[in-house]
Design a protein around this ligand. Sequence first.
Ligand code: FES
Ligand code: FES
Length: 183
Amino acid sequence: MSDDLSQVKLPDDDGRVPVRLDVNGRARTLRVHPTQTLLDALREQLRLHGARSGCGVGMCGACTVIIDEQAVSGCLTMAALCDGRQVRTVEGLEARDGTLSPVPEAFLRHRAFQCSYCTSGFVLALEALLAADPEPDEAAVREAFSGHICRCGSYSRIMAAAREVAGIGTALDVAAVETRERA
Ligand code: FES
Ligand code: FES
């Protein structure tokens, strides 16, 4: 995303800035306060609640969205700087008929969450990685997940889902994992 502040529009009389976005393939126009984050704009104005507010300082990944194919922290991104950008949120990974794209589908199949607060962040990080590199190795997946925190500790299942959808190694036997976890 451009950091060219000369591109930022000046606020109108009401102190807000018009911002045009493509959000999950749909053109949206917002009026945002110059200091409003993209995370807050998505949640409060567009009612897209998939990206979550966690740390608020770029340290947990819960607020991750994709802007122009790049995973970014919504809590650190000013909405006013996103004029003309393409934004994808986790809601955009579900088709109208309810069909999920392969990444969230794999997370569901592996039950790669408990409370799910972190899930959209991990899913979008992996989506962005696969868009850039359809055959990432495990190190690339771990790098994409760096900075993402799962407070429930579902990391082994998250990595199992990621390995499956990235085609890394052999698919994990979910039943075997559950048996081990119960033991
Ligand atoms: S809320 Fe944005 S990184 Fe934690
Ligand atoms: S599933 Fe609860 S924080 Fe990750």
